[in-house]
Each structure stands twice: as C-alpha cells, then as structure tokens.
Design a protein around this ligand. Structure first.
Ligand SMILES: [Zn+2]
Length: 346
C-alpha cells in the first residue's frame, strides 16, 4: 500500500482517515518523490498541532483551530504542522497541512492560495533539485497526500516529510544556543551553496525557523547536543533557486569584527554571518578583513582553482590559526574542532 496509508489523530479517537498520495499534481505530473518506507501503513498524528507565529517561533494550535483553517481568507495564514509516528516503528514524520483544501484553494488570488502555492513550490523544488541530498542536509520528501476527513475539516492536503527536529528560532532561546550549533547550521548552508542551491529565505531572524536541529534523535548525549554533533536540516525551499554559483569569500565561522558593507560575495552567506553574530564583535584580534584579504591573494596566486577549493584552503588556514591561539583566547570554542563536529553530525 505504498500510495495509501491510514492516519489517526490524537484527540479524535473514533476516527481514522485513509490518505492517498497525490500522484498527478496538476502542472507537475512528472514529479517523483521518495517512496514511503514499506512498514509505514498507518501513522498517528500527535497533538497539539503547531504553527509559526509572526516572530517565527512555534506556537501550539488545537484541533478546533485546524478544523476552521481555510474557511476564510483573513486569518490563519501559516501552515499547520504536526509530528506523526509510524504505528509500527515509531519513526517520525512531519506533516504540513492545508485543511478544507477545496475551499482554501478555490481562489487563486487569495492569500490562502499563496500558502498552498508555497507548499507546492517546496515540493517541486525537492523533486527537481534535492533528491540526492534528502536525509543529509534537507528532509526526505515523500510527496503530497490527500485525505478526506468529511465534516471534520473536509479534504486535507499535506506534504509528508521526514521529521527533522526543532527550529533554530526556538533553540536560540535555550541552552542549545551554542556557537558550535551555529557553526553546524552554517556548514549546512555552505553545503547547499556548494551544491548550487540558494535557499533564498534567510533575510531576518524569523527566517532561522528554516534551520532545524534534531535534538530528540536517539543516541545523542547532552554534550553532543551542545557541541554541534546532532543532525541539522534546512527546510522550506519555496523561495529557493538552483544553479547558484557561490562566490562567497568567507566561511560561516565567528570572525569577531565588524563587516559593515564589506562584500562577502554571497548575500545569503552574508546574512547568515550577521544573523549568527559572527561579524559583530569589535576590538577582537581575529579579523574578517584578514580572511577576505587572504581569499583575494590566494585567488590571485591560484587563478585556475575553483572557489569551493579556495574556501577549503581558507578554512584550513583559519583552523590552524585558531588552534594555535585557542589557549589564550576568551573561551570561544575553536574552529579547529569544527570538522570533527560536522563528521559527527553526518
Ligand atoms: Zn552562495
């Protein structure tokens, strides 16, 4: 039953709904998604459900809220999310849902339709550009699904994804707000850029909800979670574009200096450096301008080298410098441990 599965919802104990994969998506009939695991024939959707507040933080919503979602065009403009568990294995999945889908998508000029359109853009981008890195830097996408819940919330359209954890927008208010975890997220964005993917949605702090760390994954100690050894995933590619040729000149690492108007070479990487506070500590010894100068000089002396290789050499150079000074600095974790963190995460 690879294209159908039963969905039970906590709080609606007398109901279960048969969800079917949306095989022929209008205008996108050719899209191919990951097949669901063979043991996934029934899933249990956890409550409370949740949504993103205006500040990008997660807020719980109840089933009454979900039931009314999509019935008018002024409210409830954020998708509703839920964690679901496979009834057989307890493997975790993420559902992003559009309730009352027929009504919610009936007017292509409505705000509600834009929400649907973004969900579809994300699905299309996954199928077209992300299949090879799903499960590594981005969630596995199992396609779009539809279930008829009748009088409860009509037809419910949802994307079915791998569960990827908690957003940085939430974690930044917790003990997990460590430099190592910021570096972990930065490396994920860098990896996407090296693969030609510009996420396109990293402009302000609210956008950090698109970076998730799987803090509940089994087998991780508290030290692992604090030291950037959990897995990190980037989500929501509704504004992304492919074929990005990244010309960044700096890695996403703490540089401890102001960089006002200094060209980093890539808008999104520059945004990440600022959002993580990696270029906002004046009066420190280490200088981002030094790193930029190093990049410029190295590029000149290696004119045939790819930018991604230059960046790798730059990172090694930075690591050596950081290791050599790590015993005398102010306790900032050293970039020299970064490669081991990342290998632990992957
Ligand atoms: Zn870039």
């Amino acid at each position: 039953m690879a294209n159908a599965l039963w969905v039970c919802i906590e709080g609606l104990p007398d109901e279960r709904y048969l969800a079917r994969k949306w095989e022929k998506i209008p205008k996108h009939e050719e899209l191919a998604f990951k097949a669901i695991p063979p043991d996934l024939t029934s899933m249990i959707l956890s409550t409370p459900l949740f949504s993103n507040a205006a500040d990008g933080r997660r807020e719980e919503v109840n089933l009454d809220y979900a039931q009314a979602w999509g019935l008018n065009d002024e409210d409830n403009l954020e998708l509703v999310f839920a964690q679901a568990k496979c009834a057989a294995t307890s493997n975790r999945f993420c559902l992003r849902m559009i309730f009352n889908a027929e009504q919610a998508t009936s007017d292509v000029r409505s705000k509600r339709y834009r929400v649907y359109n973004n969900l579809m853009n994300d699905a299309v981008f996954h199928a077209a550009h992300l299949a090879s890195i799903e499960g590594l830097y981005v969630p596995r996408h199992y396609g779009m699904w539809i279930m008829d819940t009748g009088k409860w919330a009509g037809k419910v359209l949802f994307s079915l994804n791998q569960w990827c954890g908690v957003s940085w927008r939430e974690l930044s208010f917790t003990k997990f707000n460590t430099e190592a975890n910021k570096v972990l997220i930065g490396r994920s964005f860098e990896a996407l850029h090296d693969l030609g993917i510009d996420h396109g949605g990293l402009r302000n702090r609210e956008d950090l909800r698109h970076a998730l760390i799987d803090v509940d994954a089994p087998g991780l100690s508290q030290a692992d979670l604090l030291n950037g050894r959990a897995r990190c995933y980037i989500v929501d590619f509704s504004d992304a574009h492919a074929n990005h040729l990244c010309t960044r000149k700096l890695p996403i690492l703490p540089h401890h200096t102001f960089l006002w108007n200094t060209p980093v070479g890539c808008a999104e990487i520059s945004g990440a450096l600022f959002l993580f506070g990696f270029v906002q500590c004046p009066n420190a010894e280490t200088s981002a301008s030094e790193a930029l100068e190093w990049h410029t000089e190295y590029s000149k002396s290696h004119p045939n080298m790819k930018n991604s290789d230059i960046l790798m050499a730059q990172r090694e150079n930075d690591d050596e410098k950081t290791v050599s000074t790590s015993n005398s600095d102010d306790g900032v974790p050293t970039a020299g441990t970064d490669s081991s963190r990342r290998s632990g995460a992957a």
